[in-house]
Ligand binder design. Structure first.
Ligand SMILES: NC(=O)c1ccc[n+]([C@@H]2O[C@H](COP(=O)([O-])OP(=O)(O)OC[C@H]3O[C@@H](n4cnc5c(N)ncnc54)[C@H](OP(=O)(O)O)[C@@H]3O)[C@@H](O)[C@H]2O)c1
Length: 247
């Protein structure tokens, strides 16, 4: 896929799906900004990708006062954005009795509020005809135990993305959703104990966890001209999890 000299912002690009997608866009010729909450993780990611086409921005999606830092990085470049990949996310699984207000707020502030206001802030800097991709999850559809808050954030995100697709179509900006099933990332390591992973793998038709590079390919497709008539849709990249789980 060719993204030569296209300008791409990826929120949450230091590890996992965001990092794999940053690598894929760089390999396809794009200029990429990745964000994350701390400079050390960003430096590590930049050292691994090792490309002058990669720029890093410390910007906490959940803290609206940090969004202007990202906006400034884009405006300073003098370029419009061709792709915005809203990917940063956190998950805390717990039964309803054990959910704390802090966990509830952290997930909604990162997974919903942060994405909404990042989109709003960067809208004037998107080129007409740009592509926006949100990272949601199969849990927006599934109703797994312990996922009440996380699933609710992804359900809310899907609705924001669908309405954004309708509102932004006037500028020929396409907005789509990639919904991964269980994918082997540092984020999954934090969210579930090691012994749960075989069960997650067994819940997919393909009987395995996904690799972040497989999600990156889906994101590049949605962002590319090959998806020129795809707008407001959710692409499941889940090894068949949803259909298999509901069989
Ligand atoms: N892995 C899965 O099985 C799976 C399945 C479905 C959906 N997803 C979704 O995929 C997305 C990526 O998750 P992942 O599995 O790749 O997890 P990950 O490895 O933990 O990556 C999450 C990324 O988001 C960044 N991040 C977290 N909070 C942030 C904030 N407030 N501001 C800016 N950056 C922030 C992290 O960077 P720092 O820690 O450096 O800040 C990191 O770069 C998330 O939206 C997640 O919900 C994952």
């Amino acid at each position: 896929m060719n993204f030569k000299d296209k300008n791409v912002v990826i929120t949450g690009g230091t590890t996992g799906i965001g990092f794999a997608t940053a690598k894929a866009f760089i390999n396809a010729g794009a200029n990429v900004w990745i964000t994350g909450r701390n400079a050390e993780n960003l430096q590590k990611a930049a050292a691994e990708i090792d490309s002058p086409k990669l720029k890093t921005v410390v910007s906490d999606t959940s803290n609206l006062s940090e969004l202007p830092v990202l906006e400034k990085a884009v405006t300073d470049s003098g370029n419009k954005l061709d792709v915005l990949f809203l990917n940063a996310g956190i998950a805390v699984f717990a039964p309803i009795e054990q959910v704390t207000e802090a966990d509830f707020d952290a997930q909604f502030n990162t997974n919903v509020k942060g994405h909404f206001f990042t989109l709003q802030k960067l809208l004037p800097h998107l080129a007409d005809g740009a592509a926006v991709v949100f990272t949601s999850s199969t849990v927006a559809t599934a109703a797994n135990l312990g996922g009440s808050v996380y699933s609710a954030t992804k359900g809310a995100l899907n609705k924001i993305a669908q309405i954004a697709a309708n509102e932004l179509a006037v500028r020929k900006i396409r907005v789509n959703i990639v919904s991964p099933g269980p994918v082997s990332t540092p984020g999954l390591d934090k969210a579930v104990p090691e012994e749960v992973k075989p069960h997650l793998a067994a819940a997919t038709a393909l009987q395995r966890l996904g690799d972040p590079d497989e999600i990156a390919k889906a994101v590049l497709f949605l962002a590319s001209d090959d998806a020129s008539f795809i707008n407001g849709t959710e692409l499941l990249a889940d090894g068949g999890y949803i259909n298999y789980a509901l069989k």
